[in-house]
Design a protein around this ligand. Structure first.
Ligand SMILES: [Zn+2]
Length: 182
């Protein structure tokens, strides 16, 4: 699905808007990796502007709710002073989990774009298809596979390093890589 707004604005990035914003989400994910967090990043875009950024901070905050998407949504809502993010799109490096798709639906977001699949927790294609579940009162289009190789590499590389650190083996086992064979 191509957003017409992008095509009508000379300041936008008509050739590859999804890749442009996914690069920004990837930058967030890299920031998480640098802090020893599983590298997942997200940005919320409103009228072509990034109004919310987030990366996984579960370890830092010791809080299971601190996924990249939730933090990006929190920032966007704070910026717009509204829980309704009706005209906002969210870009995430990894297929969102049940909680995060739940948050995206609750915020009534317009569109979801994600990078690589998460076969063990993904709730868009892998385990559940919550974005187009007719029983729910909100649905939204989702596009997966945007810069999937880069997003997956970041995760695979993170877990590879983690496995080399014996004192973090337990963490690695709790967070198996979504990338097969990584
Ligand atoms: Zn999540």
């Amino acid at each position: 699905m191509v957003d017409d707004d992008f095509m009508n604005n000379s300041h936008a990035h008509p050739s590859a808007p999804d890749e442009f914003y996914m690069e920004l989400a990837l930058a967030e994910a890299k920031g998480a990796a640098a802090k020893g967090e599983v590298p997942v990043g997200a940005v919320v875009v409103w009228q072509q502007e990034v109004i919310g950024r987030g990366c996984n901070r579960r370890e830092e905050r010791q809080n299971a709710l601190c996924h990249a998407e939730v933090l990006a949504i929190e920032a966007a809502s704070s910026r717009l002073q509204s829980w309704r993010l009706t005209d906002c799109d969210i870009y995430v490096t990894l297929e969102p989990c049940i909680m995060c798709v739940g948050a995206i639906l609750q915020a009534r977001m317009r569109r979801l774009v994600f990078g690589c699949l998460d076969p063990k927790a993904g709730a868009v294609e892998s385990l559940y298809r919550l974005c187009d579940d007719e029983r729910l009162n909100h649905r939204l289009p989702a596009t997966g596979g945007v810069m999937a190789t880069d997003c997956a590499f970041l995760l695979a590389d993170f877990f590879r390093r983690l496995r080399h650190q014996k004192n973090h083996v337990q963490t690695a086992e709790r967070w198996p890589s979504p990338v097969e064979g990584a």
